[in-house]
Design a protein around this ligand. Sequence first.
Ligand code: HEM
Ligand code: HEM
Length: 220
Amino acid sequence: MIEQSELNNVSFYEKHSKSIRAWHWLTFVIVTLLLLTVLLNYNILDSTINAPLFKKILSQSGTIINDKQARHLAKTIENKIWTWHKYFGITLSFLMLFRLISEFVQPKNQKIFVKLKKSFDLYRKKDINNDKVLIKHYLGVKSIYLIFYILITIMVVTGLILTYEDDYSFLQTFSGIARTIHEYNMYLILTFVIIHIGGVIISELGKFKGIVSNMINGGK
Ligand code: HEM
Ligand code: HEM
């Protein structure tokens, strides 16, 4: 187990406040649910696949419906899942607001910007030899978190535009571009989630045993 370096004061064994831990695991659940709703609507509930299917199944039992009715039927089911997606999305928006507020109120050494600045300053120092690899790794991981926070903020802003476009007509001006950004941003978020979970598991099984329980119990 690698201990915290007294010299450089950068370590993955750091404390996580109650608010960050609660935020982390709730965000994990909500992002998973959001991705699940997309998975459903992009696959088994996709109305472009289901409309002709419903039409065929109904015609086999003697009920004839036209393409428009079939599309309407399939869209109704798809829209029910999008409604759930909106609820989860609004929950994620509140979670991000909570994360922003907790950044200001949590202990200084747990703030992401303080961690980034500290590791960046240490990385630039010429006299560090032993822990250069650790500092580079730490700086890389924390920078990825910052990028992730930016990506989620983009998701929240574009998601809110899509949620309220029918209520506030001025939002319709941006809804096309918001939808495109929202859709493509998902792939970046998916990439983060895969790299993050993979990285955490590799670390837990390798050099940094105990980091996951630190995210549960807060760390020493
Ligand atoms: C991890 C976060 C999220 C992911 C991966 C995600 C993904 C997606 C995807 C792929 C679509 C379909 C876009 C299309 O093809 O038209 C979509 C639609 C939508 N999303 Fe999200 N989203 C996320 C967060 C949010 C948030 C935070 C909100 C609201 C605040 C939101 C609200 C919506 C709405 C209203 C739609 C349009 C649904 C419809 O067509 O009726 N999403 N989302
Ligand atoms: C949707 C899935 C997930 C998202 C969006 C997510 C997001 C994040 C974010 C943003 C941070 C940085 C928190 C900070 O500001 O300090 C973080 C840290 C962490 N996450 Fe996750 N996480 C997810 C899933 C998981 C899972 C499944 C695990 C455990 C297997 C996990 C374990 C950890 C650990 C141990 C840390 C602290 C690592 C460190 O000190 O750098 N995460 N996560």
